[in-house]
Write a protein that binds this ligand. Structure first.
Ligand code: LMR
Length: 405
């Protein structure tokens, strides 16, 4: 049977990371993977995470026993409050259940698996076009049928709102619609609050099920409530929905795989019962796949989320990261406009979060890599966090040059 297995292609993003590492050029620039870097292009351990980490190391009550199947209870409770708001009707009415997961990817997977097993009509799941590349394979792996809705307008480099709304309207009633809660990956383009309201109206009419992927709460705008606005709005509108929540970017806990999956049941007399049933089934899925989640990252996040003083420090750290990224957006746009680089560059500052969808073509991306040692994904996405005060001029010069070629 071994001969029957064909070689799979390398993961494009991790392949890019490897190519960057192997490039000996001194002026190389890594704008590939979405991971925060400081002004010296180095990974940044959030000061509040360092504090929590020290406290954990000095805590004699901790050991290396298993967590429960659903994870660390004080972590999931705090994660739940953070994402839907502590005064959410879903919490009050006991119709939200939450499990700790292997970061956002694990949460997306658990949600997809649950829907494919328990949704009565095996619905199609609609992804924005484009979306995070991993979404396709995660949902395909659990046997869901995928559809797309338009999202990005090449002309405006902003949201194709009409296209999006029409496609959601046109999807068969009861479809699952995957929505990026904020800081859309890869485009950096989010609906406005007014547009979210219209999306909710159409989804309600069609009885669609919202599946939110939230990987950037607090990291996008620096404001935790603002970045979760869409989720909280849909919950207030009494939708049944689910949320995949990642703490990779907003805590800088990438490798610790810290996240949560939340299922909010539809309101009604039996809602808390239904929610308990769902939690019990999710626990079986979790047990069969990972048994129980890893403790370390959840302990760190839990300490911060449950301690008001540390929480405040975390908010300051979030503003440090989002603020630096916003500075880089301004700096890049300014430099391109100063050079008179052909095209318009307002989208660089209009877009939000880790990424900018530059509009550069695959050919231009290739020249940037071969000639300038600048690494970014083929679709023209750049990770804004890879830019800093030392390489901004160089990158602007490189973009200017390839655009004029
Ligand atoms: C990205 O899109 O760069 C990040 O979300 C990292 C990943 O796992 O793909």
């Amino acid at each position: 049977t071994a001969q029957a297995v064909a070689a799979a292609p390398e993961d494009p993003l991790f392949g890019l990371m490897k190519a960057y590492r192997e490039d000996p050029a001194e002026n190389k620039v890594d704008l590939g993977i979405g991971a925060y870097r400081d002004d010296n292009a180095k990974p940044w351990i959030l000061p509040v995470v360092k504090k929590a980490d020290n406290a954990i190391h000095n805590d004699p009550t901790l050991n290396h026993e298993y967590l429960s199947i659903g994870g660390l209870p004080e972590f999931t409770a705090a994660a739940q409050k953070l994402i839907v708001g502590s005064d959410s009707p879903a919490i009050r009415e006991k119709r939200i259940c939450s499990l700790q997961t292997i970061s956002g990817t694990g949460a997306v997977h658990l949600g997809g698996l649950f829907l494919s097993k328990f949704h009565p009509n095996k619905p199609s799941l609609y992804l924005s076009s484009p979306t995070w590349a991993n979404h396709h394979q995660i949902f395909t792996n659990v046997g869901l049928t995928l559809g797309n809705y338009p999202y990005f307008s090449k002309e405006t480099k902003g949201l194709d709102f009409d296209g999006m709304l029409q496609a959601i309207q046109g999807a068969p009633a009861g479809s699952v619609i995957l929505l990026h809660a904020c800081a859309h990956n890869p485009t950096g383009v989010d609906p406005t609050q007014e547009q979210w309201k219209q999306i909710a109206t159409v989804m309600r009419q069609k009885n669609h099920f919202p599946f939110f992927d939230c990987a950037y709460q607090g990291f996008a705008s620096g404001d935790l409530a603002r970045d979760a606005w869409a989720i909280q709005y849909f919950v207030e509108q009494r939708f049944e929905l689910c949320v995949a929540q990642s703490f990779a970017k907003n805590f800088g806990l990438y490798g610790e795989r810290t996240g949560a999956f939340h299922f909010v049941s539809a309101p009604g007399a039996d809602a808390s019962n239904a929610s308990a049933h769902i939690a019990s089934q999710l626990a079986i899925l979790q047990r069969s796949e990972i048994s129980n989640p890893p403790a370390y990252g959840a302990r760190i996040a839990s300490r911060v989320l449950n301690d008001p003083a540390l929480f405040k420090e975390w908010e300051a750290d979030l503003r440090t990261m989002s603020g630096r990224i916003q500075e880089m957006r301004k700096g890049l746009r300014l430099r391109l406009e100063k050079r008179g680089t052909p095209g318009s560059w307002a989208h660089i500052t209009d877009q939000i979060g880790m990424f900018s969808f530059t509009g550069l073509s695959e050919g231009q991306v290739k020249v940037l890599r071969d000639k300038w040692h600048v690494y970014m994904t083929k679709n023209g996405r750049i990770s804004m966090a890879g830019l800093n005060s030392h390489n901004l001029d160089y990158f602007a010069e490189a973009v200017d040059s390839v655009v004029r070629e």
